[in-house]
Structures are given as C-alpha cells and as structure tokens.
Design a protein around this ligand. Structure first.
Ligand SMILES: Nc1ncnc2c1ncn2[C@@H]1O[C@H](COP(=O)(O)O)[C@@H](O)[C@H]1OP(=O)(O)O
Ligand SMILES: [Mg+2]
Length: 345
C-alpha cells in the first residue's frame, strides 16, 4: 500500500487544481444576474467539473505509482448531467482545459463521475469528496470548499479542504485562497493555494465560555440557529456567532478563529459523509474535538450518510466539557435515541 505521505501530496495536488478551476468557473459564470435569478447552473458546472477533475487526478496519480484503485464516495453522479447537454458541454470544456492529459469525451466524463456513485466502499482505503461544498456561498461569491478525505477502515486518515475565498489568515483579509491539510497523527497545516510552504495550525486555547466565538451555517435551516442560540446562552456566551457557508467552519475552528461549531437543523436530516470527513480530521489533528450531539464519534461505516449520528458538535478541547453540559440542558434525548426534544423555554 502507498505511504500516506505520498497520498497526501497526491490529494493536495488534486484539490489545488480543483480550486483554480473553481475560481475561474465562478468568475466566468456567476454574475449579478445569476445570483438574483437563483440560477444554479454555474454551481452545476462547477460541481461536475471539479468532481471529474479530482477523480481523474486521484486515479491517474495513484495508478502511476502502481496502486490499485480505491473506492470513491462523492456527492454527484452523471444521471442528471446527461439530461442537460448545454451544461455537459461546458463541463467537458472546463475539464479538458484543466486536465493535463488527453481530452475526454462525454462518455468518459460520465464514467469518471459515476465512480463516485457507490453506496458502500469495497476497499480498505477509500476517498470521499464534496466537489463544491457550500454551493450557496459559491453563488453568493462568499465561502465554499473543495473537501476531500481519505478513509481507512472507515475513519478519516487524511483531510484536505480547499477554501478558494478564505483569507490565509484573519489579519490579511485580502490574501485569499488557502488549503488546510491533516494527516492522522501528524497534525494540521495550512498553505496558500498558490504557494508550497505549510504552517502548522492549532485550535484556540479559549477556556472562558463568555468569550467563546461560535460559528454556524450562513443559511438558516430548521431550528438550527435557534438551538445554537439557546446552547450558547446556557454557556454564557456574549459574542455574536460567525455565519459561514461550507466546511470553512471547520477551518475556522481548526485555526483558532472560532472556538465552537454546532450543526443540528431538523430531526429528520442525516448528514452526508463528504460534508464532514475532511473538516473532522483537520479539527482533530489541530487539537480539537468532533462528536455528535449525544457525544458519539462520527460513524462513517454505514454508507453515504451519518445515519448513526445526530448533528455535529465541534469545539476546542478546553470548552468541550462545558459545551456538552450546555447541550444536555438544551436537548432531552429520549431512551434508545429514537426521539429527542428541544428545550426552548
Ligand atoms: N436541513 C439541513 N440540515 C443540515 N444540512 C443541510 C440541510 N439541507 C442541506 N444541507 C447541507 O448543508 C450543506 C451546506 O452547509 P452549510 O450551511 O454549512 O454551508 C450542503 O452540503 C447541504 O446539502 P446539499 O448539498 O444536499 O444541499
Ligand atoms: Mg456539501
């Protein structure tokens, strides 16, 4: 089996190339009109192009080193694309512009995309990919991420988050575009999209909950914001939450710009694995905690969704015990975890 350090370089290269493509697709396809008309086609072009580019890059790089193919669990598949010939042509155009090897046709494009369609991986190591996480942020020209993780025995061992619109540091707001990288047991790092040097990152050491900075989705879904406000009130938090799209929230916690990220929006919603695997290991390797609302580890062994988990609780280590207590005060879990009640009084 290939050394993890080799796969780390392969994965960074794939995400870096994808981020460059995203920036160009966004600048050509997203204008005031598409934002106002809520035209999602630029997102569609971006999602498919990036999924195909990353899969092709991973396959060709690992094959060149004599490694057999790993399973890939990715968000998109080719079915709907084939029904939209205009979008498919644009995707092919962008793919062939960014992919270094010989041009591909529509049938190879479908084949590449559909490698991500599987329900259950069949290899010990497997990839999970969200080509554009935070599509609403992508359209708003706000935050979004290319999220790639390598799993081994159903746990993340590598996480790469490409964040094309996120400043490399909070004190340089105009220097945008960074990649966060974590390898199991080797820590978390940040690098600029256009540079090779990496710096280690760590979660904050904040232990005073009154000063804690929460982060949550920009988009309000279900009871998510209301619940977070209840939990933060119980903790004594005084500062307003940061609202950011995509796994950039994990990035903010991992590098200490935020202390806590909570995500629970509706009882029936199950989180997708590609929305968490990369951010999860990046926060853990930066010294933070990632569990669900019942304190259970995230279980990536049951298919494309986190069916055994309820929401996401992500925090620096100092605040985690108090956060757990505050969650207990805000949610009453019923026996056997089949139902739970939110206590909003
Ligand atoms: N009700 C929901 N609760 C939590 N996440 C959701 C919900 N509906 C969609 N999502 C997912 O949230 C992610 C964006 O999250 P964020 O708010 O953090 O930017 C997307 O992957 C989106 O999935 P999808 O891609 O299927 O729309
Ligand atoms: Mg997503």
């Amino acid at each position: 089996m290939l050394a993890i350090s080799k796969l780390r370089s392969i994965a960074i290269k794939a995400v870096q190339q994808a981020c460059i493509a995203c920036v160009e697709i966004q600048s050509h396809l997203v204008n005031e009109e598409t934002i106002n008309k809520k035209d999602k086609s630029p997102v569609t072009v971006g999602d498919y192009t990036v999924q195909a580019l990353v899969i092709e890059s991973l396959l060709s790089s690992t094959q060149a080193l004599g490694e057999s193919e790993y399973s890939i669990v990715a968000e998109e598949d080719a079915d709907t694309l084939a029904e939209q010939p205009d979008v498919q042509n644009k995707v092919l155009e962008y793919f062939n512009r960014y992919n270094a090897s010989k041009p591909i046709d529509a049938s190879r494009l479908s084949e590449l995309l559909d490698k991500g369609k599987i329900k259950n991986p069949t290899t010990k190591r497997w990839w999970t990919l969200d080509p554009i996480d935070g599509t609403l942020g992508f359209l708003r020209r706000d935050q979004y991420a290319v999220a790639l993780a390598l799993m081994e025995d159903n746990k993340p061992i590598l996480g790469i988050l490409g964040c094309p619109s996120l400043p490399i540091a909070s004190n340089t707001p105009n220097d945008k575009g960074c990649i966060l990288i974590a390898q199991k047991g080797a820590g978390s790092f940040i690098r600029h999209i256009e540079r090779d040097d990496e710096q280690p990152i760590h979660v904050s050491t904040q232990s005073d909950s009154s000063q804690a900075i929460f982060t949550e989705s920009y988009v309000s879904r279900g009871f998510g914001h209301e619940l977070n406000s209840k939990i933060s009130k119980n903790l004594g938090v005084t500062r307003d939450p940061l609202r950011i799209d995509s796994q950039c929230k994990y990035a903010m916690v991992a590098r200490g710009d935020s202390d806590i990220y909570l995500r629970l929006t509706e009882l029936a919603y199950k989180e997708c694995i590609w929305d968490h695997a990369a951010g999860h290991i990046i926060v853990e390797e930066a010294g933070g905690q990632v569990f669900d609302f019942q304190g259970k580890p995230l279980d990536y062994s049951v298919g494309r969704k986190l069916d055994n988990n309820i929401g996401i609780v992500c925090s620096n280590s100092n605040l985690y015990p108090a956060l757990k207590e505050s969650i207990k005060k805000s949610i009453d879990f019923k026996p056997h975890h089949y139902t739970f009640t939110l206590i909003f009084e």
